[in-house]
Design a binder for this molecule. Structure first.
Ligand SMILES: NC(=O)c1ccc[n+]([C@@H]2O[C@H](COP(=O)([O-])OP(=O)(O)OC[C@H]3O[C@@H](n4cnc5c(N)ncnc54)[C@H](O)[C@@H]3O)[C@@H](O)[C@H]2O)c1
Length: 239
């Protein structure tokens, strides 16, 4: 078990990748608080909309009160809109930026005072931060920003011994992507984008999160790790 004695705060813990990460952290011996708008199966369940500052501050305080401290922060709460830029409303743009970026800022801001030498932050970016993908302008922009934020936070908190990394998953089977998996034509097209011949399962991403959160990654900070079956490596077709 790689996370014995550690306490973790996991956002987006009620569903998909965040739920798999919360379960994997617990299996590895960590005590886990899940922060989501929906109920999670975590030992400690705190609720907040990550875009609302006072709600985030209270939820983090409650998690710390129950867990004692935060050794690991895993930010997964996120939303996506599939539209070209000119069809997005300003409200849609603002909401995706608020959840995917302001939410990560707020949760990090209120968690950092409770973190210490040896702590680890793992942000959930995306493969689309590394490779352009059509009709996802605002989602891609927020995930690219998370990769930049990861590097900046890594530098800012290295002196305190806090590591900051991100994961860039390929297309992964979760409620966020269920419409894609229910269409066999789109499923085949998406599968072909992943050279290893399949899309991801939440557990594929969770295993990487355990590694980055654990002391096995003690000398790794500031990286954006693709976990994507080769999606970001290039075209899979033999041309
Ligand atoms: N599924 C994929 O293919 C994929 C690929 C790359 C990156 N990601 C990223 O992984 C993360 C998790 O995605 P998923 O596929 O598991 O999605 P999901 O929809 O299954 O889970 C997202 C979770 O975030 C929570 N959430 C959403 N808005 C929130 C808010 N304002 N405040 C608090 N909680 C909120 C939801 O309640 C849900 O539990 C997201 O950041 C997503 O962008 C997903």
């Amino acid at each position: 078990m790689k996370l014995i004695g550690k306490s973790a705060l996991v956002t987006g813990a009620a569903s998909g990748i965040g739920a798999a990460i919360a379960a994997a952290f617990a299996r590895e011996g960590a005590r886990v608080a899940g922060l989501d708008v929906k109920p999670s199966a975590c030992e400690v369940d705190v609720r907040a909309d990550v875009t609302e500052e006072s709600a985030v501050a209270s939820a983090v305080e409650e998690a710390v009160r129950r867990l004692g401290r935060i050794d690991i922060l895993s930010t997964n709460a996120g939303i996506a809109i599939r539209k070209p830029l000119d069809e997005l409303t300003a409200g849609e743009w603002d909401r995706v930026v608020a959840v995917n970026l302001r939410g990560v800022f707020l949760v990090s801001k209120y968690s950092l005072p409770h973190m210490h030498r040896g702590s680890s932050i793992v942000h959930m970016a995306s493969g689309v931060a590394l490779v352009g993908t059509r009709n996802r302008a605002v989602y891609t922009a927020t995930k690219g920003a998370l990769v930049s934020l990861t590097r900046n936070m890594a530098l800012d908190y290295a002196g305190r011994g806090i590591r900051v990394n991100s994961i860039c998953p390929g297309f992964t089977r979760t409620p966020l992507t269920e419409n894609l998996f229910s269409d066999p034509v789109r499923t085949a097209a998406f599968t072909a984008l992943h050279p290893l011949g399949r899309m991801g399962e939440p557990e594929d991403v969770a295993r990487a999160a355990v590694f980055l959160a654990s002391d096995d990654a003690a000398w790794i900070t500031g990286v954006a790790l693709p976990v994507d079956g080769g999606y970001s490596a290039g075209h899979a077709a033999d041309i």
